[in-house]
Design a protein around this ligand. Sequence first.
Ligand code: SER
Length: 322
Amino acid sequence: MRILVTGATGQIGSELTLVLRERYGGDAVIAAGHRKPASAALASSGPFVSLDVANRDALARVIQEHGIETVYHLAAVLSATGEQHPQRAWDVNVNGLYNLLELARESGIRQIFYPSSIAVFGPRTPRDRTPQDTVLSPTTMYGVTKVTGELLCDYYAHRFGLDIRGLRYPGIISSETPPGGGTTDYAVEMFYLAVEGKPYTCFVREDTMLPMMFMPDCLQAALDLMEAPEAKLRYRTYNLSAMSFTAGELAAEIRKHVPGFRVEYVPDFRQAIADSWPRSIDDSAARADWGWKPRYGLSEMVAEMLAALSRRRAAGCLYPTG
Ligand code: SER
């Protein structure tokens, strides 16, 4: 199996690529990104190609040269950057996906993984235990591109018989590669400041509650969904949930390990984005159809995050360089 991971240097891609290489072999998994891999593990474990997914010819060359059969299409501009650069967000998120779907239709690509997001929901969507089937009326360009992406995937699947599977990820928390340009980034940034013994200025209010997930669950969900028997899948893109907490609750949990950790709340434009998203998600369809079950709640996640970042800090590499 020859696999392409787009967005491979990003928060999810940098870890998913390594997991896929362990399973399928280093040379079988081509990492593609628009910047160089920051981690030595990513750079040394298999091939890397520099790629902008909005450039169809470049994407076509990579797919053809490497005989790609499966694609984890993670390249995207996230919600906060998307509000600052809406045209770029459309170009990367929608045209990039469209390029991939068109090339998949014409080539030997058999399976595609597409990460959607809680950003597909909007102010008119029920905010608590948001159902699988509900109003998709986002107010951010990022959300607009993800709804468009879900619809495009549906269309290409039923019209051209492609096997495309997706997850509406909540905010992802991880210690390897920091996220970039998302609204849920505060939930990761808080840990970095805490392990450095510094106060954190949080860009959403203390009472802001959003659905979140720890990276091991995020990776497991992608692998499990891609391996699930197609006949069991009632949906193409599934709601996914693990935990929900407010910014204040996260700070309080961190304080159990780092007494005296201080957080100041100074909301900026990202508050309005957070306020338009669900507080919690109903993922019962994922649980019923392909056995989804998260392993991490708030306390386990916080303990592991602080341990991992403390190790990185002690080794002098808290922030990845590259
Ligand atoms: N974490 C993402 C963001 O904040 C949501 O998909 O943009």
